[in-house]
Ligand binder design. Structure first.
Ligand SMILES: [Zn+2]
Length: 179
């Protein structure tokens, strides 16, 4: 999918959600979980400095969103919404080799997640991949919509060039996955 198409589709996806003011990550999780009929669990994790700041792990019934424990709430929120973006886009159901799958830090995972049950993992920082662009675009748009006055739930996310510039810059610098 071309980036232009990703941006357009992303606007539709965001409009299908009810973003609350003030913004609540929990509420967004609840909506996405209901839509997917799967449980979403958020959990802080201490990531290695060289790794990503977020990780999406899907088992047969639960989508785990891990986020860097030792960073600002703003950064954590961005990381979480980015990972939720993968869920909204249904990246977790991409076939093996398509949606990602490998994260060398998998051994960091809490013991109650049986590696055998893991069907899908997204944690790489490869923004050139369409999935990463789509998830990051989702996060940037959602957080832009809910941050700062005036908050307007009916506002369509416009493909304004200023945002693209900003997004391009944050992607260049590694964006959400980097500290
Ligand atoms: Zn990602």
């Amino acid at each position: 999918m071309k980036r232009r198409h990703i941006r357009r589709k992303c606007g539709d996806l965001i409009q299908s959600l009810e973003l609350t003011a003030p913004f609540s990550v929990e509420d967004l999780c609840r909506q996405i979980a209901e839509r997917r009929q799967r449980t979403i669990r958020l959990a802080p994790l201490a990531f290695p400095a060289s790794g990503p700041a977020g990780l999406l792990v899907s088992t047969a019934s639960v989508d785990y969103v891990f986020y860097e424990a030792h960073t600002t709430v703003t950064h954590q929120t961005h990381v979480i919404v980015h990972e939720l973006g993968h869920l909204v886009w249904n990246h977790a159901h991409a076939g093996p080799g398509e949606g990602g799958g490998s994260y060398e830090g998998g051994s960091l995972l809490p013991k109650d997640i049986d590696p055998v049950l893991i069907e899908h993992m997204l944690g790489r920082t490869q923004y050139s991949r369409p999935e990463e662009y789509a998830a990051e675009y989702f996060a940037t748009q959602v957080l832009r919509l809910v941050s700062g006055p005036p908050f307007d739930t009916a506002a369509a996310p416009p493909g304004v060039s200023a945002l693209d510039t900003r997004l391009g810059r944050s992607l260049q610098h590694g964006g959400a996955h980097q500290r």
